[in-house]
Structures are given as structure tokens and as C-alpha cells.
Design a protein around this ligand. Structure first.
Ligand SMILES: [Ca+2]
Ligand SMILES: [Ca+2]
Length: 100
């Protein structure tokens, strides 16, 4: 599923680019704010995260690239993993500190 997400992300980046236009940078996103409401590490973010892991890209409807970027909760450079979701749950219940 992660490979499919990376493949779709790569296709999206390639298909949106143009050699004559500068690539627009992704504006900053809050780590752990999967639903992009400016609040990190909410239960709603964890629910959305688990929905992504079950259903895939279709659940990131507010801005796929931003939501994808916000998903690296454990700050290991790997996006949308079960480990990120588990780390998010630990943050929510107070067992782990969030990364900046
Ligand atoms: Ca949020
Ligand atoms: Ca990660």
C-alpha cells in the first residue's frame, strides 16, 4: 500500500510539473495534522490516519501532498506507516513527545 502511495505521489508530481513553470513548493504543514485543521495530534487525525492505512489515498481529500507530508509523525522520513500512527496514538495519550 505504501508503494502504491509513493507511485501515485510520484505520478502526481510529474503530471503537475511543467518545464516552463517553477515548481510551487508545498507550504509548511504541521506534523500530525492529517486533516489540515491546524490542530496537531487530535483523535480525528488518528482516525483519518487509520482510514488511510485501510482505504488508501482516497481518504486524503483536503490536499493530498500536505496530508501526506503531515503523516511522518515519528520523524523518520518515511510517510504514512503504521509506526507513524502508533506514535501518534502515544502522543495523544501522553506516552510520547511530538517532534517539531
Ligand atoms: Ca488536525
Ligand atoms: Ca514516519
Amino acid at each position: 500500500m505504501i508503494r502504491l502511495g509513493i507511485l501515485i505521489l510520484t505520478f502526481f508530481i510529474i503530471s503537475c510539473g511543467s518545464p516552463n513553470e517553477p515548481t510551487k513548493p508545498i507550504t509548511s504543514v504541521l506534523r500530525g495534522d492529517l486533516n489540515l485543521n491546524d490542530y496537531q495530534y487530535e483523535i480525528a487525525d488518528a482516525v483519518l490516519y487509520s482510514n488511510y492505512l485501510v482505504s488508501g489515498n482516497e481518504v486524503f481529500t483536503k490536499g493530498f501532498l500536505k496530508q501526506y507530508k503531515a503523516s511522518d509523525v515519528n520523524n523518520d522520513g518515511v510517510y504514512v506507516t503504521a509506526e507513524d500512527l502508533m506514535y501518534m496514538v502515544k502522543i495523544i495519550v501522553g506516552e510520547a513527545e511530538p517532534y517539531e
